[in-house]
Design a protein around this ligand. Structure first.
Ligand code: NAD
Length: 743
């Protein structure tokens, strides 16, 4: 056998050992080559009479296998090219089925080869990795590896398990128990896997292979449970009185949670339902059919590209410019220990960075540090960290009013009040103690960076570092380059953002930057609908059904209705108009000023909030200000309102590209999902326009919406040009380093 990814030996007792060990990689993935090697091994085991049984294990200390190679899968599905495809669709579909059924065929061959097959699982086995071991007759896993996780995470990136996972897992643990692993991509520890019947035994990693060998020798006639007479599905199958409700309720729950936006979850449930009522061979064909169907959806293509490939690239600093040496931030200053500053101090200390937290009074600075203490205490009480580690983290934060303490710092993040005068004064004071090469960052959410840099003596070191609230939970940092900001400063800032384990996306300096500007159109369109007389409950439900994390009115409450009024007035003033003269401005001024309802922070806004800060009901008196004219939502209206809410954001994205605010489709997609939760099933704003809708249709529809609702929907010249040339955002605005690689 000419194997590349496995080592293969046969011991004197005839027990073969296949050791999965992809050369040059720290972790095994199920590449096309690994699948081919697995096929050769299965064939050899079945046909070589000298082989009495097989043990499969991994040669990597990091684990057994992290799953399919999504890079290969994404490329094959057109995920990285933006979709499309040529050739006879029927042939294409048939070929795709054969490709995806190949793994099922190999694993089923192994399972029915009439020789015992055991898996010795030394570390994590995810996705295809878990599916390989599920096809073995016996599974023993390490009980001394805390990183060992078993799971099927495919659904998280819009895919479904395609190597028998949807069939074997529910046959082992029951459909209901398997649901969170299949539908939400949850994973289990070795102990959990043992207690729910997925693993037969546990042992120290060093003993696994020997124990597996012993089992193989003792069980020459091993069969999978479902290939034995009298096998019954734990908890009952879809046609049993006990098992059926799992599917009825499961289907209803799924519809409630996903609003039908996630084809993978729907297909998984169908594959489990249909597969459990037929024998395993037919069940695996059913799974492969749903797998192909899922893989070909724009949702899978968009989600694999953004949530897996792009996240991985950006997490490795793919968009970091130039060849500047890595900037290792050891000491950082945060000025302003309020909501944002306190969170930034925490994430810095968590990354091991010495942090000076400055405010105007010692009391305010101490209060900022208290925020970290609260998080640490909670983590200690939940066993997420130890007391010692927590104390070490807190010891890294020095709350103070003394700028002298900042000497020697590598970077500053200013997070004082959103006031240019105060920001300028703070910049002057801190720069007086900073070294020549330190980065001066501002966390402003609205003020142009180039203007703020005027207060700086080293504007080339000055940059926007825009965090999102709550800082410890939000994964994105929007980096804003001012006119004078140097490429080196950008590279250093990216290194800092990566060190605190956030995803950096760089944009150019225009009011509202990228995220705030585009995100703001969503609540605004919702409030416009409200002002038109559409019942608030319809506005909210359509927002959530469109895949947004909150309805537009609830989002407005979270931002703060007073803040929205303030920004609205400033923008109207800049445009030479009156805010109150537009219907939204009128409603907003009424709710904030006449009703005194400023949003979630005050416990009352468009919603009333309970003591836990959760919305309890929509403010009933809204009807006194705006007469409800539409209180029913037939499907056609739902489609129209969905388009208004999502297309409005997308048109603004196109304008940001045209104005050069953002220059890379990958960044625009990732930022849209991480910063404001834009319909994650789409893969982000660009993928939504490129693949879910298609640019020509998008342009046509936006023209129609502009006629019906206003010029805010009018497509810009860029969109028209792209439609005429058959371009997508990914083809017109590719990533810089992908371009360089291609050249
Ligand atoms: P905040 O009011 O909670 O905190 C501001 C802190 O700055 C206060 O503790 C205040 O005492 C301190 N401060 C004021 N003047 C100071 C000075 N001269 N020297 C030192 N400290 C001073 O505000 P926040 O919400 O944390 O916002 C801070 C900045 O972050 C603003 O620029 C804001 O636009 C931006 N921002 C806020 C959010 C958000 O969601 N709140 C998100 C992104 C960015």
């Amino acid at each position: 056998m000419n194997l590349e990814t496995f080592k293969f030996d046969i011991d004197p007792d005839g027990v073969a050992l296949a050791t999965f060990d992809v050369p040059g990689r720290s972790m095994n993935t199920l590449t096309a080559r690994a699948v081919a090697d697995l096929a050769a091994i299965a064939e050899e085991v079945a046909s070589n009479a000298a082989i009495k049984g097989l043990v499969i294990t991994s040669g990597k200390t990091s684990g057994f296998c992290a799953g399919a190679d999504l890079g290969e899968l994404g490329g094959g599905s057109g995920a990285s090219s933006g979709g499309g495809g040529e050739g006879n669709p029927e042939h294409k579909l048939k070929a795709a089925f054969e490709r995806s059924f190949a793994l099922n065929k190999i694993l089923r061959g192994l399972e029915t080869c009439k020789k015992p097959v055991a898996a010795a699982i030394n570390g994590l086995a995810l996705g295809g990795g878990l599916e390989v071991v599920l096809a073995c007759h016996y599974r023993i896993a390490a009980n001394d590896n805390p990183k060992l996780q078993l799971g099927l995470p495919e659904a998280k990136v819009g895919l479904m398990p395609g190597g028998g996972g949807t069939q074997r897992l529910p046959r082992l643990m029951g459909a209901q128990a398997a649901a969170p692993f299949l539908l939400q991509g949850e994973s289990m520890t070795a102990e959990q896997a043992k207690s729910n019947g997925v693993i037969h035994d546990l042992a120290p990693a060093a003993e696994l292979v020997d124990r597996a060998r012993v089992w193989v020798k003792a069980n020459p006639n091993a069969k999978a449970p479902w290939d034995m007479p009298g096998y019954r599905i734990p908890g009952g199958g879809p046609n049993d009185a006990k098992g059926a409700p799992v599917f009825t309720f499961g289907s209803a729950m799924l519809a409630k949670q996903t609003w039908g936006n996630y084809p993978a979850q729907k297909h998984i449930l169908s594959a489990v339902y249909e597969g459990l009522i037929v024998p395993m061979d037919a069940a695996l064909r059913i799974e492969s059919r749903y797998f192909v169907k899922t893989l070909m959806t724009p949702e899978a293509k968009g989600m694999i590209r953004s949530l897996f490939l792009s996240m991985q690239e950006l997490g490795k600093g793919a968009s970091r410019p130039g060849s500047y040496p890595k900037y290792d931030v050891k000491k950082a200053v945060v000025i302003g220990a309020g909501l944002m500053g306190a969170g930034i101090a925490y994430v810095q200390a968590k990354a091991g960075i010495e942090t000076i937290l400055i405010d105007t009074t010692q009391e305010a600075a101490d209060k900022g540090k208290e925020y970290s203490r609260r998080i640490v205490d909670k983590d200690v009480s939940r066993g997420k960290t130890t007391k010692e580690k927590g104390e070490a983290l807190l010891a890294l934060i020095t709350p103070t009013t003394d700028y002298e303490q900042a000497r020697g710092a590598d970077i500053v993040v200013e997070a004082v009040f959103e006031n240019p005068g105060i920001k300028a004064e703070v910049t002057r004071r801190i720069e007086a103690v900073l070294g020549e090469t330190a980065v001066m960052g501002t966390n402003t959410s609205t003020l142009p960076i180039t203007g703020l840099a005027e207060a700086s003596v080293r504007p080339d070191n000055f940059i926007g570092i825009h965090f999102f609230s709550p800082v410890e939970r939000m994964g994105l940092v929007e980096i804003i380059k001012g006119k004078a900001t140097s490429e080196e400063t950008l590279a250093k800032t990216m290194d800092y953002v990566l060190k605190i384990r956030k995803t950096p996306v760089a944009v150019n300096d225009v009011r509202g930057f990228y995220t705030s500007r585009v995100f703001g159109t969503y609540p605004e369109e919702g409030m416009t609908m409200l002002a038109e007389g559409i019942a608030p409950a319809i506005v909210e439900n359509v927002g959530r059904m469109a895949g947004m994390p909150m309805g537009p009115l609830e989002v407005s409450d979270s931002v703060g209705l007073d803040t929205i009024v303030k920004i609205g007035r400033e923008s109207a003033k800049a445009a030479g108009k009156s805010y109150e003269q537009n219907p939204v401005g009128d409603v907003m001024a009424w709710i904030v000023e006449a009703q005194g309802r400023v949003g979630r922070k005050a416990g009352k806004g468009f919603y009333d909030y309970n003591e836990q800060g959760k919305p309890s009901r929509i403010y009933p008196d809204i009807g006194k200000k705006v007469e409800v004219k539409i209180s029913e939502c037939p499907p056609a209206l739902k489609i129209e309102l969905t388009k208004r809410l999502l297309f409005r954001q997308c048109v603004e994205v196109a304008r940001c590209f045209e104005e050069g605010v953002i220059t890379d489709a990958r960044d625009a997609d990732i930022a849209s999902i991480l910063a404001w939760g834009f319909a994650p099933y789409s893969g982000g704003v660009c993928s939504y326009m490129d693949m879910k809708i298609g640019i020509p249709t998008f342009v046509e529809e936006c023209d129609r919406l502009a006629e019906a609702y206003g010029e805010r929907f009018r497509p810009n010249a860029l969109l028209r040009d792209m439609a005429a040339k058959g371009e997508t955002f990914y083809s017109r605005f590719p990533s810089r380093e992908r371009e360089e690689k291609a050249a």
